[in-house]
Design a protein around this ligand. Structure first.
Ligand code: NAP
Length: 259
């Protein structure tokens, strides 16, 4: 199949009308904002998260706001559960058009103090999880005639961060994964791109002390942390036909912090 420019690209309707999106780690923080934004632009959304109850609440919230959403409890490191997540999207909504590999954890420690378990846990969720999701989603998208896969990496994967040898390695790995996958699936009209957020206030970053938070904010040329919704808007661009000729790229959303 040749990837042609979608005819809907300039239409005035919702950007994702008739599309189905799966967002992992969508019960909280950036993932929740992505699920809400994609829904508000017309997508039916599968809210997928380790915390099934929180995912159900998020899906209910989207539905009460007039959107279409269901929840799936998933551990993105589990091959079978990831396949079930993708199957759920296809069976419930008739296809899969967007996957956002967003689920994430941190297990920070300096190199001498980091255990192998801490290293593996982070690499498994971010990198293995994104690979499993990408493989399963690409197969479903191929059947449906195309789609868009978005990785939520981090500027930590670009610059490296002290105490995050696990996280920085996993987040950099997601870039290589995206670029290799983008080459493989382009002929099926599937695009694969990466968003690298900078500092964003979410449950993940609430663990930072006020002093560390202030220090990090002081490094941001725009003078503030990002909002989850601002990351979601970048994902919306990559998920929709606005980016129909964009694949294998990294979109940095960090207020200028890691230029
Ligand atoms: P968050 O609020 O902690 O959200 C992460 C979500 O992922 C949580 O709902 C979490 O569920 C879920 N999750 C964790 N492990 C999972 C697994 N194995 N399977 C399925 N879901 C799982 O963090 P966030 O800040 O929104 O982070 C979202 C993404 O953005 C992550 O990939 C993160 O690395 C990236 N990011 C964040 C920042 C930032 O400043 N916040 C910056 C750059 C990149 P539980 O709560 O049940 O664990």
């Amino acid at each position: 199949m040749t990837a042609t420019r979608p005819t809907t690209v300039s239409s005035a309707g919702p950007l994702l009308a008739g599309r189905t999106a799966v967002v992992t780690g969508a019960a909280s923080g950036i993932g929740l904002a992505i699920a809400r934004t994609l829904s508000s632009h017309g997508a039916a959304v599968v809210v997928a998260d380790l915390d099934g109850a929180a995912a159900a609440l998020a899906a209910d919230d989207i539905t009460e706001s007039g959107g279409t959403a269901t929840a799936v409890e998933v551990d993105v490191t589990d091959e079978r559960r990831v396949q079930t997540m993708v199957d759920h999207a296809v069976e419930t909504y008739g296809g899969l058009h967007v996957l956002v590999n967003n689920a994430g954890i941190t297990r920070d420690a300096s190199l001498p103090k980091m255990s192998l378990d801490q290293f593996r846990a982070v690499v498994d969720v971010h990198l293995q999880g994104a690979w499993l999701g990408t493989r399963a989603a690409a197969a479903a998208m191929r059947e449906g005639g195309g789609g868009s896969i978005v990785m939520i990496s981090s500027t930590s994967g670009k610059t490296g961060v002290f105490g995050q040898t696990n996280y920085s390695a996993a987040k950099a790995g997601m870039v290589g994964l995206a670029k290799a996958a983008a080459r493989e699936v382009a002929r099926h009209a599937i695009r694969v791109n990466v968003v690298q957020p900078g500092l964003v206030r979410t449950p993940m970053t609430e663990a930072l002390t006020p002093e560390v938070w202030r220090q990090k904010v002081s490094e941001v040329p725009l003078g503030r942390a990002g909002e989850p919704a601002e990351i979601a808007d970048a994902v919306l661009f990559l998920a929709s036909d606005l980016s129909s000729y964009v694949t294998g790229t990294v979109l940095e959303v960090h207020g200028g912090r890691s230029m």
